[in-house]
Every structure is written in structure tokens, then in C-alpha cells.
Design a protein around this ligand. Structure first.
Ligand code: ARG
Length: 391
């Protein structure tokens, strides 16, 4: 008896994979796994119900807490941006893949399967984890190049309830950190996204009067919102709500996928935008100039690996170790003003601040301004030498 474990989302592609794995790949038993990484609860429930009617065995895993502590907190510490934009899907894939491999292990399965196509990043992110486990890897969607029409007919022939239209509107991927929308008419980069694609954020024009929120950070991660201590999952969920009302965190990006294809992607990520701005600001108060400069390079390298799903690369651990070391002092409070799509830091404080009001102010201070005269004589010294030589 051959068993395969499938990463299942509840959508048409992964639903069609279930009978395909039996008919085209000769597996006898298909086990589905739905990973709850903070997508809407109704989506998790629907996927679970559907899987239970069509798969031989099913697991729904609540990974929200592990997702936050193992992937979102590190991304905050690393100011995680790829090509200037918030990471999302990329952060969830390795965790989902690892959990599926664990189930395959305990179920003594023969193979792991995903429903990704051959054009995107997700096939790489799943498989880099899958292949490290030694199981066979199957990717029916990539192998078969199916049309949506064919899938819908095949699904109804196999008793799979289909709730989608023949006309695929957009493809959406959601987790606690980000909602991504791609495909359909959005593939034309000159097409202005219609308001209806947004579900987490109000349009900035329709957003209410400004509010100022208070965030407390400890060792680089958020621990309280408006004076209330919250676990990471609740804090991020709450910030998504508040930020969404104010139209914070919409991105329309032309993104370079790992394979080199450019793609047009729309994202919503209110909490991520707020937390990343606040965290980055707090670092500028606390870290030394040299740390900030060097860390910007480390952060960029970290985000690149995270985007590619290469979280088991030794470099990822090396960079994370550096980042964690710097975060030992990143503790303090930040106030952020939310107004019509913008999240702007308006105040910050920390017991570890290198900033000194006394030193910087124009009044009496412990700095003797005359001491900098010698320094200023050498400032730009080499440029002056060059100017002299070239005269
Ligand atoms: N392009 C993004 C990434 O690779 C998001 C892909 C998410 N998929 C989707 N169906 N919207 O991280």
C-alpha cells in the first residue's frame, strides 16, 4: 500500500490532486493536511470539511503560534523586506512543509505532494524542505499543466464539490502576516486593481480620523499594544484589524520571482507595515551607527534567503545569530500614528537609547564644542589633497 501526504488548501487545484494522486500516480492512500497559519477561520473549516469527505485521512494543524515565534518574530527582528516589500507567503511555507513531513514520518508514508505550479516560488519553498527528508516528491499541477475547465469537470466527475466559477478571478494566499492576490486581470501591470480585491484594508480615502497607537518591544519583538500585554498571535491579529480600518499596508509590486519571472502582486499587510516601521525606528534609537549599517546588509541577505525558502541554509542560521545578538538591547516603546494609509512613527523611547537629549541640545552640556575643531580640520582631508594635486 502506497501512501502520500498532500499539502491541502481546500482550493480547486489541491482538491483535484486527491483523485489524481490515485489515478495518475498509483497511490492507494491520500492523507491531506490543512495548515492554519492565520488565514480566515472559515477557510480552514471549509478546507477541513472538504478534505474529510474526499481524502482517506485528514489532519488540520493549528500552526499560528509556531508561525509567529518561529517565523514572524524573526522577520520583525530582521526588518524583513524583499525588494522593499513585506514577506508573506514565503514565511509560512517552510513551517507547513516541515509539519507535513512530520506527518508523513508518523504515517509511514512513501511520498509528499503539493499543488503548486511550475511558475511560482512555492514549489521551491515546499520542495527544498521535502527533499531534505528523503521522501519522494510529487507535484501533479506542475506535471500536468491542467486547464481550469478540465479541473472543474474532473472534480465534478469525482464527486468533489466545486464552489468556484469557471472564470478564475484571482488567486489568493493568506496568513497572519499578509494576504496576497495575484492572477486574472491583475496580470496586466497597467490594470488598476479594483477596490473589491481588498479584504483586510479599507481604502485610505474612506479611512477615519487618525489614531495614535502604542507599541512595546522587548528584545526586538512586540509584546504589548496600547499598554496591554498580548501574545504574538493576538497582537498581530489586533493590529491587522486596527491598521486595516486605517487603510494601512497595501502593496502593488512588480516582483522578481526566484526563477527570474517578473510577476505583478498585490498585498495587504497592516500589522506587518506598522510593526516593521516601529521596530526599525526603535533600532535607530538604540543601535550604533556601525551596527545599523552592517545590520542593513545582514537583514537584506536574511530576507533573500527567507524569500527563497532557504531557512535550512547554514547562512540563515549564521545571519539569525547576528540579528539575535543585536536585538538584546532592542527594548522600548514606540508610538505610531495611523492615518489614511500611512503609519508614521511619532515618538519613541528606550532605556537602551544611545540618543541623549543633553548631548544633542544647544544648551549647557558636557560636550566642549571646541573639542571638535581638530576633528573638523581632518574632515574631508583626502579630498582636499586630491583637489590640490589636480590643480
Ligand atoms: N509572489 C508571492 C510569493 O512568492 C506570493 C504568492 C502567493 N500566491 C498566491 N496565490 N497569491 O511570495
Amino acid at each position: 500500500m502506497k501512501t502520500v501526504v498532500l499539502a491541502y488548501s481546500g482550493g480547486l487545484d489541491t482538491s483535484v490532486c486527491i483523485p489524481l494522486l490515485k489515478e495518475q500516480y498509483d497511490y492507494d492512500r491520500v492523507i491531506t493536511v490543512v495548515a492554519d497559519v492565520g488565514q480566515p477561520a472559515s477557510e480552514v473549516d471549509d478546507a477541513t470539511k472538504r478534505a474529510k469527505t474526499i481524502a482517506d485521512e485528514h489532519y488540520t494543524l493549528d500552526l499560528k503560534e509556531e508561525f509567529v515565534t518561529g517565523y514572524l518574530f524573526p522577520s520583525i527582528k530582521a526588518n524583513g523586506l524583499y525588494e522593499g516589500y513585506v514577506l508573506g507567503t514565503a514565511l509560512a511555507r517552510p513551517l507547513i512543509a516541515k509539519k507535513i513531513a512530520e506527518i508523513a514520518e508518523s504515517e509511514k508514508a512513501d511520498a509528499l505532494a503539493h499543488g503548486c505550479t511550475g511558475k511560482g516560488n512555492d514549489q521551491l519553498r515546499f520542495e527544498v524542505v521535502f527533499r531534505a527528508t528523503g521522501f519522494d516528491v510529487v507535484a501533479p499541477m506542475r506535471d500536468m499543466n491542467l486547464t481550469r475547465e478540465w479541473e472543474i469537470d474532473y472534480a465534478s466527475d469525482h464527486g468533489i464539490p466545486v464552489t468556484v466559477s469557471r472564470e478564475k478571478i484571482w488567486s489568493v494566499d493568506e496568513n497572519l502576516w499578509s494576504r496576497s492576490i495575484e492572477g486574472g486581470r491583475l496580470e496586466d501591470p497597467y490594470f488598476i486593481p479594483p477596490e473589491e480585491i481588498y479584504e483586510w484594508t479599507a481604502s485610505p480615502e474612506a479611512a477615519p480620523d487618525p489614531v495614535i497607537i502604542d507599541l512595546a518591544f522587548e528584545n526586538g519583538v512586540p509584546v504589548a499594544l496600547n499598554g496591554i500585554v498580548l501574545d504574538g498571535v493576538s497582537l498581530i491579529a489586533k493590529l491587522n484589524k486596527i491598521g486595516g480600518v486605517h487603510g494601512i499596508g497595501r502593496t502593488d509590486a512588480i516582483e522578481d520571482r526566484v526563477l527570474g519571472l517578473k510577476a505583478r502582486e498585490i498585498y495587504e499587510h497592516p500589522a506587518a507595515t506598522i510593526l516593521l516601521s516601529a521596530h526599525r525606528d526603535l533600532e535607530s534609537l538604540i543601535l550604533t551607527r556601525d551596527e545599523l549599517r552592517f545590520k542593513a546588509m545582514v537583514d537584506a541577505a536574511w530576507a533573500e534567503l527567507a524569500y527563497m525558502g532557504l531557512v535550512d541554509d547554514p547562512l540563515y542560521a549564521d545571519l539569525s545569530a547576528f540579528i539575535d545578538e543585536t536585538q538584546k538591547r532592542v527594548t522600548g516603546d514606540v508610538k505610531v500614528r495611523l492615518y489614511k494609509g500611512s503609519a508614521i512613527v511619532v515618538a519613541r523611547r528606550s532605556d537602551f537609547a544611545l540618543y541623549s537629549e543633553e548631548l544633542v541640545s544647544f544648551g549647557e552640556s558636557s560636550i566642549d564644542q571646541k573639542d571638535s575643531e581638530g576633528f573638523s580640520k581632518y574632515h574631508g582631508f583626502q579630498a582636499r589633497l586630491v583637489q590640490k594635486i589636480m590643480k
